[in-house]
Design a protein around this ligand. Structure first.
Ligand SMILES: [Zn+2]
Length: 455
């Protein structure tokens, strides 16, 4: 389909379904050029709106706001009071699931259920309303625009999908893909056979953009290098949901002759941040989410790694205020981005899809592995790694290598485990051909086998 036809189909779809993706996209394409102050003002206005709504319609927040004496009506005079709200965790969500839903019958009617695979194998189920859904989809399109994509242009995805969906779902997916002018391969079923078919289609149709999980993109790149499809290229590739290691990025870029855009988002919050065409850091989607980075409970300094806490500004049906995703990251410490967008930027995200680790001295430690102590794991010879905590004293570091890893780096890895998790910790290195993904198709970098004992 050509892009003009796709645009017409999208407009018609919007009219028939009362969705507002294109409206949101137009807004985002405008607001992304606002000054930092105007973006902050816009964000604060939306935050005011959602806290007022939460107090009125969401039983959990009415109770919590009263408990900590947070007054939504005072928030505009005293925005700092927002930090009084306790951090929302996955276990709090599970315990208070019904009380986190809006009691507003109109909003309830447009809500649909979603489940994320979760990093610990315990899925998180949540509800999304139509404002959230439309904003999330529009944000993806806005980001694809940063690579030169235009509404209606053909694009391809390596994305998770159920293996044997019922016919009705298959038909619906086909229709949605047709309207958006895109085609996809199932990331859960990347076999030689499916990849040949996908590569053939890519060769024939030349989609502008490829969108997928970091490890799936890497697998496809490996496949292409070994195949006869050597001339495949894109305008840009978006890597999401997983940590993008520098050497994996380079391999993908060299294979497909284009830049990789690192995009950070989760199913329950949508897009949180994305690299622009300058690739200096990740611009946060300030129109949709408020991002905080906390180090020991206080706001982290620029460049300092801390826990990423996000408040979504759209999903009134099930508001997540000050939600701890379970990832760590740092604010970008450089000057404003030369692309001209002034949104707050993240420098890096660490440890997506990881468990927390436990230590003999009773600490629960964030297991981010791309940071200062673990730079050794970004050595060019390492294409993939996984750290498994077997006990309080023993860890296994699995490594997939492409080239030779100097002995000194092996020692560095062992020492890094000691300094992060205790002198008692013995790290064993295991060299493997591959690290299988989770049943969800995503790759988990840090696994603690002790997590069962610390729910
Ligand atoms: Zn930029």
């Amino acid at each position: 389909m050509n892009s003009t036809l796709s645009q017409t189909a999208l407009k018609l779809h919007e009219k028939l379904t009362h969705r507002r993706i294109l409206v949101r996209l137009e807004e985002l394409n405008h607001t992304q050029w606002l000054s930092r102050n105007d973006l902050l003002a816009l964000q604060r206005k939306k935050l005011q709106d959602i806290v007022e709504y939460a107090y009125q319609y969401v039983p959990y927040y009415r109770r919590i706001f009263d408990e900590v004496a947070f007054r939504p009506e005072e928030f505009s005079q005293n925005p700092e009071s927002f930090s009084k709200l306790p951090i929302l965790t996955k276990s709090i969500i599970k315990e208070n699931w019904n009380d986190l839903l809006s009691t507003d019958p109109v909003r309830r009617e447009q809500m649909s259920k979603l489940a994320t695979s979760g990093s610990t194998g315990q899925p998180l189920v949540f509800m999304q309303d139509s404002d959230f859904r439309d904003s999330v989809t529009a944000d993806i399109q806005r980001h694809m625009g940063w690579a030169g994509w235009k509404l209606g242009d053909l694009h391809a995805m390596i994305w998770g999908a159920p293996q044997n969906p019922p016919l009705s779902r298959r038909v619906r997916l086909k229709l949605i893909n047709w309207i958006w002018n895109r085609f996809q391969i199932n990331a859960f079923a990347l076999t030689d056979e499916t990849m040949i078919a996908f590569a053939e289609r890519v060769s024939r149709k030349s989609p502008q953009i490829l969108f997928g999980y970091a490890t799936s993109l890497y697998h496809f790149a490996q496949f292409v290098r070994q195949s006869t499809f050597k001339d495949i290229s894109f305008r840009g590739i978006f890597s999401t949901s997983e940590l993008l290691l520098p050497n994996v990025r380079q391999y993908i870029e060299e294979t497909f002759h284009c830049k990789v855009f690192d995009r950070y988002g989760t199913l329950e919050l949508g897009g949180i941040a994305c690299e622009c065409e300058t690739h200096t850091g990740l611009h946060t989607s300030m129109e949709n989410n408020v991002v905080e980075i906390l180090s020991n409970g206080s706001p982290a300094q620029l460049g300092e790694v801390g826990d990423i806490i996000v408040t979504n500004l759209n999903n009134k049906g099930m508001p997540f205020l000050r939600y701890s995703i379970g990832d760590a990251g740092a604010w970008y410490a450089g000057e404003n981005c030369s692309c001209g967008r002034e949104s707050l930027m993240l420098e890096k995200i660490e440890g997506r899809l990881v468990d927390s680790f436990y230590t003999r001295d009773g600490r629960k430690v964030w297991s981010g592995f791309a940071g200062a102590g673990f730079r050794c794991l970004t050595h060019p010879a390492i294409t993939q790694f996984q750290v498994v905590q077997k006990s309080l004293d023993r860890m296994i570091v699995r490594l997939v290598l492409n080239g030779e890893l100097p002995k000194s780096v092996e020692e560095e890895i062992k020492m890094a485990c000691k300094s992060a998790y205790g002198e008692n910790v013995i790290a064993e290195l295991e060299f493997v051909d591959e690290i299988p993904p989770l049943p969800s198709g995503k790759h988990q970098y840090a696994v603690s086998e002790l997590n069962h004992f610390h729910p």
